[in-house]
Design a protein around this ligand. Structure first.
Ligand code: AMP
Ligand code: ZN
Length: 455
């Protein structure tokens, strides 16, 4: 068990992450809007959340993570109708691509990936609850709005002092800035540009607003009050502020204890984004010959609250750093870790627990590599493996595996071969070597005995 401290955007303090129940952190992460291929700026957010979920488990807590798929909103409808295909066909392409990309980046899957279009009844029920409580109203065009001045806590996440005099302002778009705070849409009345997209509701045909999607789906899978909610910093306002307002106005309970936000991936000082056109998708970089592992390395190397400037030179550096790690791990063996390796692991754990200080965690990894190269890597494999529970970038295929690591049948052959060699039965020794090779294992002999590696 390690202590884990994180920066809470709600209190603006570093706080210990303590599960509300069952030693399990319930985590909601805002997922992709599936109208296009995600760019590596988006993947910075998902990589940060992956480090977070791995760190939570590394420190001895359990995790239940929900990541939604926004498959109906202004952007997906526009895309589907422009392409002349059904919304679900249009979004399926990008959902599939998203999951393939997550695999490439070695991002651990969340426990649940709810899609917005599968949860329309839950969203309607939540809007109805807000209507019943008098914090929502139907406008002339049939849309339903959240009455911001009726929720006293409005602005507590973004730390804005909402001017209650500014009543009557209304914003139909999902995204707007702090200068345009106003009543926001919970349910959007059908418009001709929506084409075939729409659901019947007590307020007429329409579709949910983006913010209500996340409140409804997070509470369905994690409860009315849960531990942790994350996203990129651009999600903080208005999206997360509105999620809080909707949930707390409906339940009267605190919605989320801890909020965490990662800084942007930038290009030449500007946020990487679709609208600025300064983006690379994962596919773009893979086509240029970079690997998912190298891209992951770059994304997780910086502190999540510092903005990170994307440059190809960083990917080239990542390749070199990974080669150094690989070369060292190829010499690492199982067994009891030397005392100095244990110290590097302790430094690593402390860095991870200190608001995910990845630059420091990587420094501990490289201190381990340096010492292992200098003093010998015997017994360090377990430490590399433990660090990689969080990092997810180390290749172990080349490591020398000892008995504890081998499948039972391979172990039996290895033992029989040792006996044969002792008896100088070279024919039997060779036969066993070939049988192991056929099963995908390479055995080499040295003065210290046999070493067995996966082919
Ligand atoms: P979206 O699909 O636009 O809703 O974004 C999905 C996630 O990616 C959200 O958590 C955003 O905050 C995050 N995000 C978008 N652009 C960037 C960027 N340039 N750097 C880091 N995170 C980003
Ligand atoms: Zn969300």
């Amino acid at each position: 068990m390690h202590i884990m401290k994180v920066h809470n955007s709600l209190t603006r303090r570093i706080e210990e992450l303590v599960p509300l129940a069952d030693n399990e952190i319930r985590l909601y992460t805002c997922g992709p809007t599936v109208y296009n291929f995600a760019h590596i700026g988006n993947f910075r957010a998902y990589a940060f959340e992956d480090i977070l979920r791995r760190a939570i488990q590394f420190s001895g807590m359990k995790i239940r993570q929900v990541m939604n798929l926004t498959d109906v909103d202004d952007k997906t409808i526009k895309g589907a109708n422009a392409a002349g295909v059904a919304l679900s066909d249009y979004t399926k392409t990008y959902k599939d691509a998203f999951f393939a990309d997550l695999k490439k980046l070695n991002i651990q899957p969340a426990e649940v990936y709810p899609a917005a279009t599968d949860h329309i009844p839950e969203m309607i029920a939540l809007v109805q609850k807000l209507m019943d409580r008098g914090v929502a109203y139907k406008s002339e065009d049939g849309s339903v709005y959240f009455k911001v001045r009726e929720f006293p806590g409005y602005g507590k996440l973004a730390h804005i002092d909402f001017d209650s005099q500014r009543t009557g302002l209304r914003c139909a778009d999902d995204e707007y800035d702090k200068e345009n705070v106003g009543d926001f849409a919970l349910w959007k009345a059908w418009e001709p540009s929506d084409g075939p997209v729409g659901w019947d509701s007590p307020w007429g045909r329409g579709r949910p607003g983006w913010h209500i999607e996340c409140s409804a789906m997070s509470m369905k899978y994690l409860g009315e009050t849960f531990d942790l909610h994350t996203g990129g910093i651009d999600n903080l306002f208005p999206h997360h502020e509105n999620e809080i307002a909707q949930a707390e106005a409906a339940t009267g309970k605190p919605f989320v204890k801890t909020w965490m936000h990662c800084a942007h991936l930038r290009v030449n000082g500007e946020k990487m984004s679709k609208s600025l056109g300064n983006f690379y998708t994962l596919r773009d970089l893979l086509e240029k010959g970079y690997t998912g592992r190298e891209i992951r390395y770059v994304l997780i190397n910086a502190h999540y609250r510092s903005s990170l400037n994307f440059a190809f030179s960083a990917l080239d550096d990542a390749r070199k750093s990974l080669a150094r790690i690989d070369a060292c791990v190829a010499n690492a063996t199982d067994g009891e870790a030397p005392e100095w390796a244990g110290r590097h692991l302790a430094d690593f754990a402390e860095a991870v627990g200190d608001d995910l200080n990845m630059p420091k965690a990587f420094a501990a990894l490289f201190a381990l590599v340096r010492d292992a190269n200098g003093k010998g890597a015997a017994g360090t494999l377990g430490v590399f493996r433990r660090m990689d529970e969080v990092l997810g970038v180390i290749f172990f295929e080349n490591a020398k595996l000892e008995s504890a690591e081998l499948p039972a049948d391979i172990q039996a052959m290895l033992d029989a071969r040792a006996e044969a060699r002792k008896a100088k039965n070279w024919a039997e020794s060779d036969r066993l070597r070939d049988a192991m090779a056929a099963a995908g294992w390479v055995v080499t002999d040295s003065r210290d005995g046999q070493t067995c590696k996966r082919k």
